[in-house]
Write a protein that binds this ligand. Structure first.
Ligand SMILES: NC(=O)c1ccc[n+]([C@@H]2O[C@H](COP(=O)([O-])OP(=O)(O)OC[C@H]3O[C@@H](n4cnc5c(N)ncnc54)[C@H](OP(=O)(O)O)[C@@H]3O)[C@@H](O)[C@H]2O)c1
Length: 265
């Protein structure tokens, strides 16, 4: 499989590092194109892959092209790529808010859309993967294998991508927001910053792993640590008095609505 990345940014680097580490592809079959000479040099020295500053030259002969530029540059980048694309090439787009139909634009180009999230940068990502109109089951497998090198993958319908964006795409920000609050409180309570950070991070990771490994629901696990008249109950009562859960639900619905708006241009 000859694989070309258009855009040598953070996300492309995470995926390239992951697939090389997991030996999904060999470095000599990976090509990366970007307008930034510095980024290309970094990919060459760190990952030993081929680099090109010409997008069109980079996609010629590629079996799979990963669009990893910001959505704003898609309208300028796509026409030059499309002309040079092999007729049987698979296009995998990680760009937020660009529907597959906008990429295939009336032609039968096989497009798979991926919504990753930033923990992919440390190999702990969560990606929703959706087939465009002409993509096959094999194309979904290729995308799942690539993204599986940097975390968890799930296959969804393209109509569900806005919900995936709201849940896991933007999701890390909600967890960071929770951590901001926990750490601000820790400071108010006089705890040392380093110790607070260590305890808060271990708590978030540990709670997620407990839920994952026990298979129990979040509310069941929460009730287990909430004894009557205890400290956790005092905290949870305060959260409930402020409608925190309802606010989280509204926040995700707002993210989904914004994702739809962006996709509709
Ligand atoms: N759900 C999420 O949390 C999430 C997370 C990350 C990424 N994404 C998606 O992943 C994509 C990449 O994100 P990123 O964070 O990796 O972005 P990034 O770091 O900005 O990388 C994009 C790269 O493309 C380069 N570029 C700009 N114009 C170009 C052109 N005409 N031809 C070739 N390369 C060009 C940029 O160079 P310059 O910097 O010099 O412009 C930059 O090196 C985005 O579309 C984003 O929506 C989603």
């Amino acid at each position: 499989m000859k694989l070309t990345f258009i855009g040598a940014g953070n996300m492309a680097e995470a995926i390239v590092a992951g697939i090389l580490d997991k030996k999904v592809v060999d470095p000599w079959n990976v090509c990366v194109a970007d307008i930034s000479h510095e980024r290309l040099q970094l990919f060459e020295s760190r990952h030993n892959v081929k680099t090109l500053s010409e997008n069109a030259a980079a996609v010629a002969k590629a079996d799979v092209v990963v669009l990893a530029v910001k959505p704003q540059v898609f309208p300028t980048v796509w026409p030059e790529i499309e002309r040079a694309l092999e007729s049987d090439a698979l296009v995998i787009s990680i760009m937020a808010g660009i529907p597959s139909a906008k990429i295939s634009a009336g032609k039968s180009i096989r497009v798979v859309r991926v919504m990753p999230n930033t923990p992919s940068l440390v190999g702990e990502g969560a990606s929703g993967i959706a087939a465009g109109e002409y993509a096959t089951g094999d194309d979904l497998s290729v995308a799942s294998e690539l993204m599986g090198a940097v975390g968890t993958t799930v296959v969804v319908k393209e109509s569900e991508i806005d919900a995936v964006t709201a849940l896991s795409g933007s999701g890390p920000a909600y967890v960071f927001y929770l951590l901001e609050g926990m750490l601000e409180a820790a400071e108010k309570m006089g705890l040392n910053q380093e110790i607070s950070r260590e305890l808060a991070l271990a708590t978030v990771i540990g709670a997620a792993r407990l839920m994952q490994e026990t298979g129990e629901d979040a509310d069941a696990l929460r009730k287990k640590v909430t004894s009557k008249g205890g400290t956790t109950e005092a905290a949870v009562n305060t959260l409930q008095a402020h409608d925190v859960k309802e606010s989280i639900v509204s926040a995700l619905l707002a993210a989904q609505a914004r994702s739809r708006e962006l996709a509709n241009g």
